[in-house]
Ligand binder design. Structure first.
Ligand SMILES: Cc1ncc(COP(=O)(O)O)c(C=O)c1O
Length: 399
């Protein structure tokens, strides 16, 4: 139990990951509890980007043949191995999460012709919901909304289901889905499963190969600390790669793009899932973020994520703040959702005090803990600040 700031500081002294914090650029006057929205800047990334910018200056267009063109695949392989439990040749990095999601949604639907239904859950992240709405409308398909945990998909799945898609860790509550179980339910129904791993990668162990996941996407700017707007990744299980076709037939997804020949012919393997010119600077930042996670080890990261969230939940209970995340740590990612009717105003007031959470409608204050950068004293300071603001009464509706 953490009864004082001194108790929290003692936990930091015993934290095997504590040295990682110094490897990031962090404002000492801020309690940063939003690493699940945008992770902190690794110092190694600053150096890597400086080197890359110099290479751009010195080598110009020759850089493409000196490693740049390989980055979507080479960074994808490293990310797959260190973070996603995916053997090489199944992950590429490029495009935003939204675009990667769209590509795999279309590819999956094309691979299940004659089936008219897409299943997702009401709590899924907005961009996923909106993309599905658009695709369903364009193709005349029915979008079925599950109102419950992913494991209850048995209540809505059927022979007409072409695609099921959920977030592995919910952006709202942080609940973790049972990936292996859902994959097997969906596979038994003859549909394809697509995971959004944005809140999982770099915070909880993921075993795409081990859990027989067919498809996944996710962003890199949260727990992988790759920076604002950093590109996302796509995973396509090896056996599906020849069958699935993504819909954006750009030149860099073509067999031998520099042939510039008429007619599109998809490249084999994951290259066929690429479309346009890779964002080289941002890919290098993904690489550095992945390196840090690999060095720390996902098991140590997970253990600290559990300890930080347990600490926050114990304080929330003591302070009488409602917890909207699962209580079982095995079912919870690295953030904690706290609910309060004045959540919006409280978040605004926290930010004024230098505590950075985020607000999610209608009543959620999200405290995101990044195990490589968040200290136990940050949890203490954030929770105490919230208790004080609730006690003094944040003006309802302000902020
Ligand atoms: C689960 C999830 N999917 C997707 C996104 C964002 O997609 P994009 O990177 O295209 O903006 C987020 C952003 O927070 C997210 O939490």
């Amino acid at each position: 139990m953490t009864d004082s700031r001194e108790d929290a500081a003692a936990l930091d002294r015993g934290d095997p990951l504590s040295a990682f914090r110094d490897r990031f650029v962090i404002d000492p006057d801020v309690v940063y509890l939003d690493g699940n929205s945008l992770g902190c800047l690794p110092r190694a990334t600053v150096a890597r980007l400086e080197g890359l910018v110099a290479q751009w200056g010195e080598r110009g267009v020759r850089g493409w043949d000196e490693g740049w063109l390989e980055l979507p695949v080479s960074v994808g392989d490293r990310l797959g191995e260190a973070v996603l439990g995916a053997a090489p040749g199944q992950v590429v990095v490029g495009d935003s999460t939204t675009v990667c999601f769209y590509k795999l949604v279309c590819a999956a639907l094309d691979a299940r012709p004659g089936r008219s239904q897409i299943v997702t859950d009401l709590d899924n992240f907005p961009t996923d919901r909106y993309v599905l709405e658009g695709v369903a409308k364009a193709r005349g398909l029915r979008l079925v909304w599950l109102d419950g945990d992913p494991e209850t998909v048995t209540t809505v799945i059927g022979p007409d289901t072409a695609l099921v898609t959920f977030s592995h860790v919910s952006y709202l509550s942080a609940r973790i889905a049972d990936m292996a179980r859902v994959n097997s339910i969906v596979e038994d129904a003859g549909a394809l499963m697509l995971w959004d791993l944005s809140h999982s990668a770099g915070s909880v162990p993921v075993s795409l190969d081990g859990d027989d996941a067919p498809l996944a996407v996710g962003c890199t700017y949260k727990y992988l600390n790759a920076g604002p707007g950093a590109p996302a990744y796509m995973y396509v299980r090896r056996e599906l790669q020849a069958e699935l076709r993504q819909p954006i037939w750009g030149w860099l997804g073509r067999r031998d793009p520099f042939e510039m020949a008429p007619g599109y012919e998809a490249a084999t393997g994951m290259r066929g899932f690429l479309s346009g010119t890779p964002p080289v600077l941002a890919l290098a930042a993904v690489d550095e973020g992945v390196r840090l996670v690999a060095e720390a080890g996902i098991d140590a990261i997970r253990a600290k994520g559990i300890a930080l969230t347990e600490c926050a939940i114990a304080l929330a209970d003591e302070f009488g703040i409602r917890v909207a995340s699962p209580r079982d740590p095995a079912r919870r990612g690295a953030h904690v959702a706290l609910s309060h009717p004045d959540a919006r105003a409280l978040c605004a007031r926290l930010i004024e005090r230098g505590v950075i959470p985020d607000y999610r409608r209608p009543d959620v204050i999200r405290f995101g803990f990044s195990p490589l950068t968040t200290r136990f004293v940050d949890v203490w300071d954030g929770m105490v600040a919230l208790r004080e603001l609730i006690a003094t009464g944040a003006p309802p509706g302000s902020g």
